[in-house]
Design a protein around this ligand. Structure first.
Ligand code: NDP
Length: 294
């Protein structure tokens, strides 16, 4: 069985790593805040590596799941790159940016190691249940070699194209997520002010053509209940939407809504802070309107 090292036990990394351990793969973990890795290793029966080079030592697959691509570059430069061996694969599950992923792939190729960008979608629950969608960029052969590891946390695994293609698809998905959260929020606040309850409005919208994951799941579970659980930080959605906007600019595609989704996420992040959940962005619309979605 492939030896796996997992770097980045955050909100989504932790349940993904748990699935890999449960799948029977020999697993070594490293996390910047070491206590998280120590407690994970104890609970999941994994090995805790004190350093990044120790984590990569002997690993066939090194998985990174960090906030941004520049964090991935930082861990590579802090011992991971030196220790990765010939023939091994860096499977980067960060929702990264395609340009940085291509640079990283080039550096790894120089030492005969492989790179696959493999961002995921499906949230913390999807990670816990092993039902994530995984969008991959890289060589088909490299993907085939690590597919069984991805299969422990992913249900739909799609090879999107060369390195960076997975990141690009993920970023555009996130821009759509931001737009549907924001659009549904605007609609429900306007309806609330005109006297229509959000429960009733969602009942109609979810049986009509304006429905989305936001209207069908996020709003009923998180907004109407006023629970706003913190599972995916708004700061990360902001990062994703800005990657999407950059791709559109690089490709010279006039994309006003994509640009706007990034601008709105940045604005909401500045207003709500680094730890706010992405769905809390609707509270900005509520504040502006002086009405709440109930
Ligand atoms: P979190 O903020 O919960 O965790 C981030 C992880 O990255 C932590 O382990 C953190 O370490 C580590 N980290 C950040 N910067 C560095 C650095 N410079 N060096 C070393 N370690 C670092 O994020 P998530 O787990 O939510 O997200 C991880 C990735 O997955 C992001 O790209 C996100 O966009 C994506 N994603 C998240 C989803 C979700 O539902 N949460 C869903 C789909 C994708 P430490 O513990 O020390 O802070």
């Amino acid at each position: 069985m492939l030896n796996v090292a997992f770097v980045g036990l955050g909100a989504i990394g932790r349940p993904m790593a748990k699935r890999i351990a449960a799948g029977g793969f020999p697993l070594t973990v490293w996390n910047r805040t070491a206590e998280r890795a120590v407690s994970f290793a104890r609970e999941a029966g994994a090995r805790h590596a004190k350093t990044l080079s120790d984590a990569a030592n002997g690993a066939d697959v090194v998985i990174t799941c960090l906030s941004t691509s520049s964090d991935v570059e930082q861990v590579l430069d802090s011992g991971l790159y030196e220790a990765m061996r010939r023939g091994s694969t860096l499977l980067d599950c960060t929702s990264g940016d395609p340009a940085t992923s291509r640079l990283i792939a080039g550096r790894l190729a120089a030492k005969h190691a492989h790179f696959i960008d493999a961002p995921v979608s499906g949230g913390v629950r999807g990670a816990e249940e092993g039902t994530l969608t995984v969008m991959c960029g890289g060589d088909a052969e490299d993907l085939a070699r690590v597919r069984e590891v991805i299969g422990t946390f992913g249900k739909k695994i799609v090879h999107c194209g060369p390195v960076g293609a997975g990141d690009a698809v993920k970023a555009m998905n996130q821009a759509l997520l931001a737009l549907t959260i924001w659009g549904t929020g605007e609609a429900l606040v306007a309806l609330a002010k005109s006297g229509v309850s959000a429960h009733l409005a969602l009942e109609v919208i979810n049986a009509s053509s304006g429905r989305s994951n936001a209207s069908m799941n996020l709003f009923p579970e998180r907004v109407l209940t006023r629970a706003f659980p913190r599972t995916f930080r708004l700061a990360l959605l902001d990062k994703d939407a800005r990657i999407a906007a950059q791709i559109a600019r690089d490709e010279r595609v006039p994309a006003p809504l994509t640009q706007l989704s990034a601008a709105l996420c940045t604005l909401a992040r500045k207003e709500l802070g680094q730890e706010a959940d992405h769905v809390e962005a609707v509270q900005v619309i509520e504040r502006w309107a002086g009405a709440s979605i109930r």
